[in-house]
Design a protein around this ligand. Structure first.
Ligand SMILES: Nc1ncnc2c1ncn2[C@@H]1O[C@H](COP(=O)(O)OP(=O)(O)OP(=O)(O)O)[C@@H](O)[C@H]1O
Ligand SMILES: O=P(O)(O)OC[C@H]1O[C@H](OP(=O)(O)OP(=O)(O)O)[C@H](O)[C@@H]1O
Ligand SMILES: [Mg+2]
Length: 292
């Protein structure tokens, strides 16, 4: 093991709970004290810092952190030069990407990006929005917002660009979405110099493997059932698998046990059909990690 510890930056705020839970499922316990920004991690070769997601990519770029997790949105907004190891498809409350949306008050006459000509837009991501307006050939004033952006329309600004995940903040503030500026998932990123170092890179790749395995373990389940030999072809015809289902004989020589791994979302449609096809003793079980 290398002498110096791998310095990992984890995002404070919206992504904090979900990220620490992801690390737990990946096999790493990160424990925080109430105001501590230096949580403990149960691995002797690692240390963790809790950092604002807006700043994390910059600290990795500058070499203060070796690697970390932050949204693609803030990597782009900072124009940070970092190596993206992998995308991690989760967010604060769902598995969907967050969207940075251009939104106006319900009562606004603005209907399309073109209608923003000469208007004022508030956002936390000034660079992203400026680039968006350029792509649409629109000149408008983009002002930086420190947060609580939704409440600024229609009195303070004509439009906002803000993050939405479940849509409840937009709804609560009577906002109408005009367009999506960017979709974003958290990214596992590291410094170019870390990626160039064979030993560090191996550490990073192992961590990425476990984080992805834990995320997949959340969305997949195992399914087992008994099927009479005469019915096996029909069952196999509808059964998804990572590669192919496992089929093994029961002790009676007449029946077969079938085992597979599939998306949890498929199970509710599949189980009634399997039952109709004569499958018995169907059991579903959770998985901690899935590695392709
Ligand atoms: N539901 C969500 N709302 C906001 N951001 C989210 C959500 N889910 C994931 N994220 C991601 O978390 C990061 C949030 O960064 P942001 O700058 O908004 O800080 P924050 O964690 O929301 O802190 P604050 O509460 O001070 O705004 C972004 O990368 C964003 O894509
Ligand atoms: O679509 P939703 O699920 O409602 O989530 C989106 C909301 O969450 C974030 O707010 P945050 O908690 O970061 O507060 P802020 O507005 O002060 O940044 C974001 O800025 C939206 O307001
Ligand atoms: Mg926020």
């Amino acid at each position: 093991m290398s002498e110096t510890k791998l310095r990992i930056g984890l995002p404070k705020g919206s992504l904090e709970e979900a990220t620490i839970e992801l690390f737990r499922r990946a096999g790493y316990t990160v424990s925080r004290s109430s105001r501590g920004y230096r949580p403990y991690i149960d691995h002797p070769g690692m240390e963790v810092r809790l950092v604002r997601p807006q700043e994390l990519a910059r600290y990795v770029d500058q070499g203060f952190l070796d690697c970390g997790i932050t949204g693609m949105d803030w990597i782009l907004e900072n124009n940070a030069s970092v190596h993206v190891v992998c995308e991690l498809p989760y967010n604060r409350s769902t598995r969907l990407p967050v969207r940075w949306v251009l939104a106006v008050h319900e009562s606004s006459p603005i209907r399309s990006p073109k209608d923003l000509q000469g208007k004022r837009i508030a956002t936390e991501a000034v660079r992203l929005v400026t680039a968006y307006l350029e792509r649409h050939g629109v000149q408008a004033e983009v002002e930086f917002s420190w947060g609580a952006t939704e409440v600024k329309v229609p009195e303070l600004v004509d439009a906002i660009v803000d993050i939405t995940e479940t849509g409840s903040s937009l709804k609560a503030n009577n906002l109408r979405v005009i367009d999506t500026v960017l979709q974003s998932y958290p990214q596992f990123l590291c410094a170019h110099s870390v990626w160039a170092d064979a030993e560090r890179r191996k550490q990073i790749e192992s961590l990425a493997l476990l984080l992805l395995a834990a995320l997949r373990g959340e969305e997949k389940v195992g399914l087992k059932m008994n099927v009479a030999k005469s019915g096996i072809a029909a069952v196999l015809a509808i059964l998804p698998a990572l590669r192919r289902p496992t089929v093994s004989p029961l002790a009676d020589g007449e029946w077969l046990a079938v085992e597979t791994v599939l998306d949890e979302s498929q199970v509710r449609d599949l189980i009634p059909r399997l039952k109709e096809l004569g499958a018995e003793g169907i059991i579903e079980y959770p998985l901690n990690k899935v590695i392709y």
